[in-house]
Design a protein around this ligand. Structure first.
Ligand code: MTE
Length: 308
């Protein structure tokens, strides 16, 4: 690249929108009229790949905001305090137990996780406290792991558990006792198999910081953030539904489904609007956080008000 100006001009040109339009042009041409030179093929590969990383052309929240405005109750209910306290958490030699109703129960290291196909996804993320952000996650689709371990026919639910260690997580000790620990979350198996559901290990292509749930966390972008459990040490396949930590604490406030829904208010927060980190104006909350096309089929027979 000759100079900065030229580089910036090129970057401006290659927006997701530009790529999206290019892709449509290509589709209009029809496959028959394409000369299959390696150059054409590699640039098309790039177009399609980028398109699926950020299909909604979302503008990511800054790394600064994503890594400082956090919820990690094992450390503190106070966001700033939690960021400070979390710095002593150094997740090394991590092990994830995969067990329950599966053909191949096993223990996975983080090196094992790296062997699954890696993906990058820019998703909306919405906390039940009515704030949201856009996060460039990296990691694996949970369904890759599920395909590998082969759930038995009677497996209907998947539970996830955060590390329990009162020496690391001060709030798990006798001090605050805010939540029933260890932190547990639960999905239906078909929700876990949806391609949007990730086990994330990176943000902005960097390994997760401890405050965001290092070394591995769940990401379920159409549900309120409390379902996206951090620092996972156990994934268990179950025949019957169990309660997650928040549902156990108060099922009237934190339902099992926790699907983002502007029409179902939390007793303490209307969910009609939300504030994106880094923005002042409120935005309308989107049903399923804007992922109805991808996940609506999971709930077509479900009363979303009763099953919140
Ligand atoms: N996982 C654990 N183990 N402990 C927590 O306190 N907080 C949840 C979720 N996962 C939490 C957790 C909540 S309430 C939200 S909104 C998201 O993590 C926040 O993720 P972030 O801090 O990376 O933004």
């Amino acid at each position: 690249m000759k100079n900065y100006k030229e580089k910036n001009q090129l970057q401006e040109k290659i927006t997701p929108e530009f790529l999206f339009n290019k892709r449509r042009e290509f589709l209009k041409l029809g496959a028959g009229s394409i000369v299959a030179s390696s150059l054409v093929l590699s640039s098309l590969k790039e177009l399609f790949a980028l398109d699926s990383t950020n299909p909604y052309n979302l503008k990511p929240t800054s790394y600064e905001d994503i890594t400082n405005y956090i919820n990690f109750y094992e450390f503190s209910v106070n966001k700033q305090k939690a960021v400070k306290l979390v710095q002593n958490f150094k997740p090394t030699n991590w092990n994830i137990e995969v067990s329950g109703e599966v053909e191949k129960p096993l223990n996975l290291s983080m090196q094992d996780i790296e062997k699954f196909p890696q993906v990058d996804r820019i998703y909306r993320f919405r906390c039940v406290e009515a704030w949201g952000m856009v996060v460039p996650w990296g990691g694996i689709e949970l369904r890759e792991l599920i395909d590998f371990i082969k759930p038995k026919k009677n497996a209907k639910y998947v539970s996830f558990t955060t590390l329990l260690d009162k020496n690391i997580f001060k709030d798990q000790g006798t001090f605050f006792k805010t939540l029933p620990y260890p932190y547990v979350e639960v999905l239906r198996l078909d929700e876990a198999l949806n391609p949007l559901t990730l086990l994330a290990t990176r943000i902005y292509s960097k390994p997760l910081l401890p405050q965001n749930g290092a070394p591995i966390r769940l990401v379920v972008p159409w549900k309120y953030g409390f379902k996206s459990i951090k620092s996972i040490v156990k994934i268990e396949f179950l025949e019957s539904r169990i309660k997650g930590t928040w549902e156990k604490l108060d099922p009237r406030e934190y339902g099992f489904y926790a699907n983002v829904n502007p029409n179902v208010s939390h007793p303490r927060w209307s969910q009609a609007k939300e504030t994106k980190l880094g923005e002042v104006e409120k935005r309308d909350t989107l049903l399923f956080n804007g992922y109805e096309k991808e996940v609506g089929y999971l709930y077509k027979d479900l009363d979303l008000v009763k099953n919140f």
